[in-house]
Design a protein around this ligand. Structure first.
Ligand SMILES: [Zn+2]
Length: 552
């Protein structure tokens, strides 16, 4: 071979080796469905249409065994993990609410009095709403998100938006550099001054349509014949269901809140109805068009979190007609959003991720109905306080009124340090007495002191490691409990999540679109793997504190 030709061949090889990577997707869409448990897509799959969930699962990559690795599986920690790729021990969002140890007051995870709500008309900004929601921002979040990575890479050219029915879900997905997070307050899609001074004209116009208010009196009936729901879920009326917001335990449900006019009870009923999912879907479609998502010259990110499945899951349980119908209606809303994306951006230019913030426990009554050993139950958290107080009084003498030993916070206790100082008591010793007292209660599976948790390794499958991954020392408690499986702190009805058990940790992880190989993966993965994997698909470094792994 002539020398010259060999040289050209070498050049050709070099050019191939350093060829530019495929262009990054124009738009990433991250969808979280609040309380979408890991088994729901299979359970309700036969009743979905072609364009919604099935479009993702049939044409994309499904991770069947995806879990949260942290113990306190609540909405805020889950949403914070999805796009930071970090555990609560790192991102700092340990729960939905926690006791601020400096103020000795419960604070909300996205509370920020320096960032008042934006977008409410004077009529919408009721005194109760303003008092309850003084301000909102992601300031508690101690880790960057994929959206933050996009902003650092492309600046203003990359648009990052988040929308949800709930404040925390939008704010924590969006991250610290998002252009805006929007959520529903009393039928108005609001944001906060953290992001901008005024709502954009298109958001104001959307709100002026008063879509929520116009839903007063609408009736929620099942989409399919009742027998279909009976076959999949059992009877519509079941022991342990909780009918609130003017609803009964059975269909149909009239969305009025049990009142004659629009007001707080109606808004609560609306949030419990699938019409809130449809409302958010309309807002998201509007955002895609008005913000020209995927058409701004770099890669944009749209985060969406649907909250209504969580509301009905808490009230009626995962085996209810309400949850099934909410899923079927969400499926149609997703289909409309995907059609919109296809028209505006082209689905081939998008990458879509679907996941959830946590699962949910079955109603204890439902668990026990099928089993002679009756493992489920309900208990009153006041019993925890009484047992702890009694043990501490016996060991160290009761504190002088009006002082008290501790404040309970979620599934744990903060010790009152001034009381310990006055009695010259050692914090670790007092925590151990409190731990030992609650650990003997029949519905407490495990209890740990601060010292035990801080000394524990965050690696591995043990419950203590999961508790460690949930633990952020400066915001966290002196004693943390894990309840027995299938036990609820809700007194008579309803269910919840927040444990390290599989029904709470198992969630879907489905990928679709540009750069995604279709298929089904059965290996166990984590929600913390989403951020590093998505970053790689977008040609970005993973967020700095990401602890998950790139999965393809
Ligand atoms: Zn949630």
């Amino acid at each position: 071979m002539p020398i010259r030709f060999r040289f050209l061949l070498l050049l050709g090889c070099a050019a191939t080796a350093f060829a530019a990577p495929p262009p990054a997707p124009k738009l990433a869409v991250v969808i979280s469905v609040d309380q979408l448990r890991g088994d729901y897509l299979q359970r309700f799959g036969p009743y979905f249409g072609e364009g919604g969930f099935r479009r993702l699962t049939a044409g994309g990559l499904v991770f069947e065994d995806c879990h949260y690795a942290h113990a306190l599986t609540q909405t805020a920690p889950g949403h914070a993990t999805i796009l930071t790729g970090a555990y609560p021990m790192t991102h700092g969002v340990i729960a939905n609410d926690w006791l601020d140890r400096g103020l000795w007051e419960q604070v909300n995870n996205v509370e920020d009095r320096t960032a008042p709500l934006v977008g409410l008309t004077p009529a919408d900004a009721t005194a109760a709403l303003v008092a309850a929601k003084a301000g909102r921002s992601p300031r508690v979040l101690r880790a960057d998100t994929v959206g933050d990575q996009l902003k650092m890479r492309y600046g203003a050219k990359a648009k990052v938006f988040a929308a949800s029915n709930k404040d925390r879900s939008a704010i924590l997905l969006g991250g610290r550099l998002a252009d805006a997070a929007y959520w529903d307050e009393n039928g108005v899609m609001v944001t906060s001054r953290y992001y901008r001074e005024q709502a954009p004209a298109w958001v104001a116009a959307f709100n002026a349509e008063r879509r929520v208010h116009a839903s007063f009196g609408k009736v929620w009936e099942r989409l399919l014949a009742p027998a279909v729901y009976d076959a999949v879920q059992g009877p519509d009326d079941a022991p342990g269901e909780w009918a609130e917001s003017g609803f009964t335990r059975t269909f149909p449900k009239k969305v009025t809140g049990g009142r004659d006019a629009v007001g707080p009870a109606f808004f609560s009923a609306f949030d419990n109805s699938p019409f809130s999912t449809e409302f958010l879907g309309e807002f998201v479609q509007r955002a895609i068009v008005e913000e020209k998502l995927g058409r701004n010259g770099a890669t944009d990110l749209l985060c969406v979190s649907f909250s209504q499945v969580d509301s009905v899951g808490h009230n009626y349980g995962p085996d209810s007609h309400e949850v099934m119908d909410s899923m079927l209606r969400l499926d149609r809303v997703l289909a409309a959003i995907f059609d919109r994306l296809d028209r505006e951006v082209g689905l081939a230019n998008c990458v879509i991720v679907l996941t959830a913030d946590h699962g949910v426990a079955p109603l204890p009554e439902r668990v026990n109905a099928g089993r002679a050993d009756g493992p489920g139950g309900r208990f009153k958290v006041a019993e925890l306080d009484a047992a702890g107080r009694k043990a501490l009084d016996a060991a160290f003498g009761a504190p002088e009124a009006p002082e008290y030993w501790f404040t309970r916070d979620n599934n744990g206790f903060h010790l009152r340090l001034p009381v310990l100082a006055a009695k010259k008591l050692n914090r670790a010793e007092v925590a151990t007495v409190l731990r030992n007292a609650v650990a003997t209660l029949p519905y407490v599976a495990l209890a740990y002191t601060r010292d035990q948790i801080e000394a524990a390794s965050p690696d591995g499958p043990s419950v203590l490691a999961a508790v460690r991954r949930s633990y952020f020392p400066e915001r966290d408690r002196d004693v943390v409990m894990v309840y027995q499986p299938y036990f609820q702190t809700r007194a008579n009805t309803g269910t919840s999540h927040g444990t390290p058990y599989v029904y709470d940790t198992h969630v879907p992880q489905v990928w679709f679109g540009a750069g995604v190989p279709a298929g089904v993966r059965k290996d166990r993965v984590g929600v913390e793997d989403i951020a590093p994997t998505l970053s790689a698909l977008l040609g970005l470094s993973a967020p700095a504190q990401a602890q998950g792994l790139r999965r393809f």
